[in-house]
Ligand binder design. Sequence first.
Ligand SMILES: *[C@@H]1O[C@H](CO)[C@@H](O)[C@H](O)[C@H]1NC(C)=O
Ligand SMILES: *[C@@H]1O[C@H](CO)[C@@H](O)[C@H](O)[C@H]1NC(C)=O
Ligand SMILES: *[C@@H]1O[C@H](CO)[C@@H](O)[C@H](O)[C@H]1NC(C)=O
Ligand SMILES: *[C@@H]1O[C@H](CO)[C@@H](O)[C@H](O)[C@H]1NC(C)=O
Ligand SMILES: *[C@@H]1O[C@H](CO)[C@@H](O)[C@H](O)[C@H]1NC(C)=O
Length: 314
Amino acid sequence: MVLVKNLSTFLPLVLSQALMSNAHLSVWMPSMYGLDPTNINSDNASQPLQGYTFEQWWWHGNLDNPPADNESFALPANGSVDVEISSNKAFTTLGRGFKDANPRMAPDPWLNQNGWGNMHAPSRADVAGSALAIAYKSDAESVLPSDFVVFSVVHDSPARQLETFHVPDLPVCPNDRCMCSWFWIHKSIGGTDQMYMVPFVCHVTNATNTTPLGKPVAPVNCEGDKSKCVQGAKSPMYWMNLEGNNMFEPGHYAPTYNTGYGYFEGAQTDIWIDGHNATSTTGTSANVAAATKAVSKGVRHGGVHRRRGWFGGN
Ligand SMILES: *[C@@H]1O[C@H](CO)[C@@H](O)[C@H](O)[C@H]1NC(C)=O
Ligand SMILES: *[C@@H]1O[C@H](CO)[C@@H](O)[C@H](O)[C@H]1NC(C)=O
Ligand SMILES: *[C@@H]1O[C@H](CO)[C@@H](O)[C@H](O)[C@H]1NC(C)=O
Ligand SMILES: *[C@@H]1O[C@H](CO)[C@@H](O)[C@H](O)[C@H]1NC(C)=O
Ligand SMILES: *[C@@H]1O[C@H](CO)[C@@H](O)[C@H](O)[C@H]1NC(C)=O
């Protein structure tokens, strides 16, 4: 696939200059697909996805680049995880270490110290939110776009090199192995329209909940009318590629992981209920009774038992 040439051959000094004009962002962890293990300066994972065929964008084009067999990212049920975010592996603990002295602080002022590469975020508002999703399948090859459920969102991200995501009371993974992915769509303030996807192997620790997640649907824009927000399990947003999109906003109207699309802050505690429009009255989900007990207040009963199809998918 034709993508921005990676920066592997650049010297560190040149690298940071290049990042100033050409930087994107991704999470980095040993269990990711596309870790690019021999290249400490890899920016493979942080390349944005737009205008690609399904094979090119899905799994970030890295289905054939799995992590080492012994690597898996632990998600403690009801706990939280720290995720490293950078434009380049060099600026993570997998490389030379964080670029910012305090990686938990957002750069302040925003642009001047933003050398680690929020180049698609000319203003703080443009970062717009990023998300973690999980698919209860152990085999990457068998994961469909409709398998991922968004389980955690940080609205003000990516804005820090070390970001905390809260984990809901997830059930245990089949064979203790799931597939996860980080997703991000920045607002279009910077002028570009694209999505980010970084898949990784994960597992849930200390799980006691046995209720499976509901069936996700793509969210809808409910910015002006909260009663339109999709409730319950929501898919990640697939946008701006040639195939496999589930969001159809035109360019410069980026759908974002924020309240405007019904993703609330933190652990998504409504994911045991099938995704449904708030106004839906038909249909019930097998999971609703169990979920109603487990889920925090505010989540409504019911739900349309409808799985959003994906071409070739279910
Ligand atoms: C990442 O690297 C793999 C292996 O070289 C390549 O197939 C893939 O296209 C790259 N992805 C991006 C987005 O650069
Ligand atoms: C996995 O194996 C590699 C190579 O032996 C080792 O460097 C790494 O620390 C191991 N990771 C874990 C999580 O045990
Ligand atoms: C998870 O469970 C193990 C015992 O199975 C316990 O030692 C550990 O403290 C627990 N971790 C958390 C985060 O609750
Ligand atoms: C998570 O929190 C829920 C609700 O407070 C509780 O019922 C459940 O036992 C907790 N699970 C774990 C693994 O701590
Ligand atoms: C929710 O409503 C929107 C438009 O109002 C529609 O496109 C979407 O398919 C509905 N989703 C569900 C799960 O009913």
